[in-house]
Design a protein. Structure first.
Length: 285
């Protein structure tokens, strides 16, 4: 355990706790990668359970509008977290994920594809827009290109990871903004680790087929019809194969830190969601 009571996994990139003050004087802790903080053009963070106003199973920094939380509490939570971006809830665009690989371009708040469109990834080069992806064990990934000044984000569960959604975000940044993979810094958010994420043999076989020659590096057979899957290693593999040089892998597992991070596998549906957020600062131009 560290000084905050978090269980950290050795050998991975450290997500540092940064503590801010809410307008009522309470503390708002978030997680950040120092390597991404060095990129002056963008702001990012990963939320924790602390620092919000939600109650009960949603306590307290729940960012999901669809899990049954009081909508006013959710909006207050977004108001608190977007103050770190010098923004407000109206400038946040949240993934409408379906565990797929669809990635869209965001040109402004509310200016996305049709409302019935589902997507797990987004890219933008518009200052002032805050991209947000939600999860509670699944991977979230933020992308920052300091050369072309563009950012991206995605939600990547096992289906999205199998389909290489992170690689699709890179491809969309290349297509829309001329980004080069080697310039993009990627950071994976707090998520379930490879020692905790158990899947059945059928899903494991799909990863063996989808990542031929690579899957043995992130699968461990328990010889009981189940295997352990390290989604983070699979995500890193998909990013490396398209030329990304820097992928930050978190030292925090959601299942090992339920007092600080929401976990679907531990809590079921009675829970909130943590968020990954990234945006381009408005004063860079």
């Amino acid at each position: 355990m560290d000084e905050y009571g978090l269980k950290r996994n050795a050998g991975y990139d450290t997500l540092q706790i940064r503590t801010y003050e809410n307008e009522d004087g309470s503390e708002l802790p978030v997680l950040k990668y120092p390597e991404l903080e060095k990129l002056a053009f963008a702001e990012h963070c990963f939320t924790m359970r602390q620092g919000g106003v939600s109650e009960g199973v949603y306590a307290s920094m729940n960012l999901s509008w669809s899990r049954g939380d009081d909508p006013e509490h959710v909006r207050q939570n977004y108001t608190r977290i977007t103050r770190l971006f010098h923004s407000d809830p109206d400038h946040v665009v949240v993934t409408r994920h379906e565990h797929g690989t669809h990635v869209i371009r965001i040109d402004g708040p509310g200016e996305s594809e049709p409302l019935d469109m589902r997507y797990d990834g987004m890219v933008t080069n518009v200052p002032g827009i805050v991209l947000c992806a939600l999860a509670a064990d699944c991977l979230t990934v933020v992308f920052a290109d300091p050369v072309q000044k563009a950012v991206g984000i995605c939600h990547s569960g096992w289906k999205g990871t199998l389909g290489r959604i992170s690689r699709e975000v890179i491809r969309r940044m290349q297509e829309e903004y001329g980004s080069r993979p080697e310039d993009i810094v990627c950071g994976i958010g707090p998520s379930v680790c490879g020692e905790c994420y158990e899947i059945n043999d059928e899903i494991a076989h799909r990863f063996m087929e989808g990542y031929p020659g690579q899957a043995p590096g992130f699968l461990v057979d328990k010889h009981n019809g189940h295997q352990l899957l390290d989604l983070r290693k699979a995500c890193v593999a998909s990013l490396k194969e398209c030329g990304v040089k820097t992928v930050l892998v978190p030292d925090l597992c959601t299942m090992e830190n339920p007092d600080y991070l929401f976990s679907h596998r531990l809590m079921g549906n009675a829970r909130g969601n943590i968020g990954a957020l990234i945006g381009i600062k408005e004063d860079i131009w």
